[in-house]
Design a binder for this molecule. Structure first.
Ligand code: SAM
Length: 332
């Protein structure tokens, strides 16, 4: 079957799937403490998620990332990892991976390896236990550190993702780089994005990564790296640690020229851009027909509408977020 090519000539080879909007943490920049989640009956079943993933694989998607919410808190999620892992075995998928807060890794790391997962992204915004508890509201740093240690011993390659937050973790940056170097982890900093209502004002949290990168260069030698994922991050190699450092700068750059990805929610909605509201319903076509003709038609129509860029902006205090849905809906 034909490959998925967007209107700007980019081949869509990467699908991110938010398998649940629920999370066991309430990171302050991500969610309000008192979140209302979707009723469980609104969620696609794991079989339906697999069916949509398979359709994308047939159309040339060769990388799938499961995310959320917290993917590892969805009941029986390993069933989905196992069924998608078969495409790793057959060579149709080059990569099956996940983004996780790390809290459940001690339980699942070995099984993830069995499913063909090789690399994972773990979100961690502070190495200080009090600060970690305060930013996640409900998290315990030790659970994550223990999960990381089990995952590393199991043989998973790890990249730490940290959201750069003004007056919160900006002074921890050098410690995080040293720690990641020691542990053998890559590290990526992310600018906070205006997605969904939260309890505070995003202007209070926003720290442009250009400022952070300059500070990092005062202490570390950043060497150019050709490493690219087709996504928003630009990567360098830290000479002193030998590990990669990435910067994801959605606010200071509209990083979309080479975007190769689309995002599926746990309710079967396809978003063609993280920072835009246009979407396509894939639930109706799969529930209306047992074969995939309607689904393929819907996917083609959606990819034909993939936009050139996003319109994130954080500059109006008290203004509504640029994108009303939370990151946990579309998956980070
Ligand atoms: N629960 C998993 C985790 O913690 O990684 C996966 C979902 S979480 C929504 C994915 C990533 O999005 C995390 O690294 C999180 O820090 C990031 N994130 C959430 N809201 C964000 C926002 N408004 N701006 C920037 N990053 C955000």
């Amino acid at each position: 079957m034909s490959q998925l090519i967007d209107p700007f000539g980019c081949r869509i080879s990467y699908l991110r799937v938010s398998v649940t909007d629920r999370c066991n943490y309430r990171c302050q920049y991500c969610m309000a403490e008192n979140m209302t989640f979707l009723p469980k009956s609104d969620l696609l079943t794991l079989e339906e998620l697999e069916r949509i993933c398979s359709a994308f694989i047939v159309r040339g998607v060769n990388k799938i990332r499961l995310t959320g919410g917290e993917p590892l808190v969805r009941r029986n999620v390993m069933t989905l990892f196992h069924s998608l892992g078969k495409y790793i075995e057959s060579g149709h998928l080059k990569e099956l991976t996940l983004t996780t807060n790390g809290s459940q890794l001690a339980k699942y790391a070995h099984e993830l390896i069995d499913c063909g997962v090789k690399r994972i992204n773990v979100s961690l915004d502070s190495l200080n236990d009090k600060k970690f508890e305060s930013i996640t509201r409900w998290g315990k740093l030790d659970d994550v550190l223990n999960g990381l240690s089990v995952a590393k011993d199991a043989g998973l390659e790890i990249k730490i993702n940290a959201v750069a937050l003004k007056n919160f973790n900006e002074n921890e940056v050098n410690d995080m780089i040293s720690w990641c170097g020691k542990e053998g982890f890559d590290l990526t900093f992310i600018e906070t994005m205006p997605m969904g209502e939260i309890d505070g004002d995003r202007m209070d949290q926003y720290l442009p990564l250009s400022i952070l990168a300059n500070r990092i260069r005062e202490k570390w030698t950043l060497e150019e790296s050709s490493y690219q994922t087709g996504g928003p991050a630009s990567y360098s190699l830290i000479k002193e640690t030998g590990k990669r450092i990435g910067f994801i700068t959605p606010l200071t750059h509209n990083f979309c020229e080479s975007c190769n990805r689309v995002r599926l929610t746990c309710t079967g909605i396809l978003y063609m851009c993280l920072g835009q509201n246009d979407k396509k319903d894939l639930l109706t076509p799969i529930r209306r027909s047992k074969d995939n003709d309607l689904l393929m038609e819907a996917i083609d129509e959606a990819i034909g509408r993939k936009p050139k860029g996003h319109d994130f902006i954080i500059d109006r205090i008290g203004a509504a977020p640029a994108v009303a849905r939370h990151m946990s809906v579309t998956g980070g």
